[in-house]
Design a protein around this ligand. Structure first.
Ligand SMILES: [Zn+2]
Length: 342
């Protein structure tokens, strides 16, 4: 029997319910752990985030939240477990790595593909490690990522791809771990890269070279700056397209502008028969370790999107375009439970 693996234990796929596939309970770059301005209290943050997640459960019927923060951007297993306990939401933790411009610490850059894959498999099947200690909690999804910080496209590397050498190794390891366990992969691609290539296809090429199942790959950030043909190309390969940044105007002037574009693209894909390949999320930062807000580190929209925006604003917008309850249940319930189960 396939299960969905949450930090507080395995659940039957039917128990997952409405699922957000890409959120961040805590988002923090490596190094912040020794910043005087970044001291934080586990109980206080668990209470604050737990309260937000509880509102999502009680008022909006969200039952499962995938925390797509790999260990190199602040994954904190005990915090995830506490948020699960205090909110009643099923929280799924990620193994894997972020993009090399922002993650994949030096220690891991020296490891082989096999070593990386073994770490991921052990996170998924035994338990995650935090601060050199084995925790009692297991991961339930693998994260991979490509691309720079922007605003310019990621340069082409020696491999002919806009994918760094360490990202390449992580992606191959993720494919091995996916094959061994059957679990899903959630990804980050850089929206600006869609203006010069299809970074989703570049990543899929590597994953499939190593035998991963594209039907288990949720491609992130594909709807921010794509041509419609790029989305169709990913669908044709059998990948899952993640609609994220609902209510968060990443690389757009307003929420209205991006949400409007997202809604049109979603309906076009559904009309073309790709409803089974869509999942939804915010990519919200429920807490973060970015230190004080300054000119260089400005406040981010990802921390501010209202908890119910998806249901109070975006769903009515979709409904006006003919995307109704049945379609919504497919993308919010049926697709995630199929993809996340292993
Ligand atoms: Zn994210």
């Amino acid at each position: 029997m396939a299960v969905i693996r949450t930090v507080l234990g395995d659940i039957a796929p039917d128990e997952a319910g409405v699922t957000l596939t890409h959120e961040h309970i805590r988002y923090a770059y490596q190094g912040c752990e020794f910043d005087h301005n970044n001291v934080w209290d586990l109980d206080a943050v668990a209470e604050e985030v737990g309260r937000a997640a509880r509102i999502m459960v009680a008022e909006y019927g969200i039952k499962t939240i995938v925390d797509l923060s790999p260990p190199d951007i602040g994954r904190h297993p005990e915090l995830l477990a506490e948020v699960g306990r205090r909110s009643g939401a099923h929280i799924i933790a990620a193994t894997g790595f972020y993009a090399e411009g922002m993650g994949i610490g030096f220690y891991w850059r020296r490891k082989s593909i096999e070593y990386l894959a073994e770490m991921m498999v052990r996170d998924l099947t035994e338990a995650m490690v935090y601060d050199n200690k084995l925790t009692p909690y297991r991961a339930g999804i693998i994260k991979t990522a490509t691309g720079g910080m922007g605003p310019h496209p990621t340069p082409v590397g020696l491999n002919g791809r806009r994918i760094g050498p360490y990202e390449d190794r992580v992606i191959r390891a993720a494919a091995h771990a996916q094959r061994q366990t059957g679990c899903a992969i959630g990804t980050h691609t850089q929206p600006v890269d869609y203006t010069v290539t299809n970074p989703g296809i570049e990543m899929l090429d590597i994953l499939e070279e190593e035998g991963a199942d594209p039907g288990k790959v949720m491609m992130g950030h594909v709807f921010i700056k794509p041509e419609f043909e790029q989305l169709e190309a990913l669908c044709a390969r059998g990948a899952i397209l993640q609609v994220d940044h609902v209510g968060i105007p990443w690389m757009h002037d307003s929420v209205e502008e991006l949400d409007g574009e997202l809604a049109v693209l979603i309906c076009r894909l559904a009309d073309r028969g790709h409803l089974d390949q869509l999942v939804f999320s915010y990519d919200r930062f429920f807490s973060h370790g970015r230190g004080p807000v300054t000119d260089e580190e400005s406040d981010q929209e990802n921390t501010r999107v209202p908890l119910g925006w998806l249901f109070e604003s975006f769903v009515p917008r979709l409904a006006k375009l003919g995307f109704g309850k049945a379609e919504l249940d497919t993308v919010l319930i049926d697709n995630p439970r199929r993809i996340l189960a292993f």
